[in-house]
Design a protein around this ligand. Structure first.
Ligand code: 13P
Length: 249
């Protein structure tokens, strides 16, 4: 079964609202594509102008995070309802930077994943090992645990529409991209894990991205691997190079 590739930018904490619209205007013609899904995950304050700026294009807007409650006394948080009303389609959940700097656990990731599905948002569920874990040889065990907890109580129908991003922590923002073999090995293991939790058809439907220092130079080889269905791109998504990554073929 051919899975449609999905190439998403994660802007992280970059771009003011004005800069966001300028960047979208620059990238619009460069990321035009009938072949792949293109997503810009932008800071919360940029969502409304970004949704307006991409109107009529092939670009979907994603959020970089959300909270798992509907509303209430949670100062500083953004609810799933706020995101859907603003026109957001995707939401990154459990990025390693959120796990590291904002104490997100596998359990909170699971709560957010469930809530995203409940609100028809497609979660981009992040997982990834540290360099120490890779050197200890526990990468696959670690990823399997992250995935199993993230998808607890998620139905097969929901899981089939999910996006999973494999992002080795040692490759994020370091310029040290994983080898295609390393990336494919873990993405394949994630698919096996999903087949164990659900069934093969569900596992075959899920799109699994690689993220970590993806550039125009590395995209084609990575995205041509059997179990890599696109990328989650940080630094390079803020540059015209993102057009080359989207049109990697
Ligand atoms: P870089 O592409 O800057 O390494 O970031 C990857 C990432 O964390 C995407 O979510």
């Amino acid at each position: 079964m051919a899975r449609r590739k999905i190439i998403a930018g994660n802007w992280k904490m970059n771009m003011t609202p004005t800069e966001a619209v300028e960047l979208i205007e620059t990238l619009k013609p460069l990321v035009a594509s009938d072949e792949v899904d293109v997503v810009f995950c932008v800071p919360a304050i940029d969502i409304i102008p970004a949704v307006a700026a991409v109107k009529g294009t092939n670009i979907a807007i994603g959020a970089e995070n959300m909270y798992f409650e509907e509303s209430g006394a949670y100062t500083g948080e953004t609810s799933p309802k706020m995101l859907t009303e603003a026109g957001v389609k995707y939401v990154i959940i459990g990025h390693s930077e959120r796990r590291e700097y904002f104490a997100e656990s596998d359990e909170t990731v699971n709560k957010k994943v469930l809530k995203a599905f409940a609100h028809n948002l497609t979660p981009i569920v992040c997982c990834g090992e540290s360099l120490t874990q890779r050197e200890q040889g526990i990468t696959i065990d670690w990823i399997r645990q992250q995935i199993k907890i993230a998808f607890l109580n998620v139905s097969a129908d929901q899981a089939a529409t999910a996006v999973i991003a494999y992002e080795p922590i040692w490759a994020i923002g370091t310029g040290k991209v994983a080898t295609t073999e390393q990336a494919q090995e873990v993405c394949a293991a994630i698919r096996v894990c999903m087949a164990e939790i659900y069934d093969q058809a569900t596992a075959d439907a899920i799109r699994i991205q690689y993220g970590g220092s993806v550039t125009a130079a590395s995209a084609a080889e990575l995205f041509s691997q059997a179990d890599i269905d696109g990328g989650l791109v940080g630094g390079a998504s803020l540059k015209p190079d993102f057009g080359k990554i989207v049109n990697y073929k």
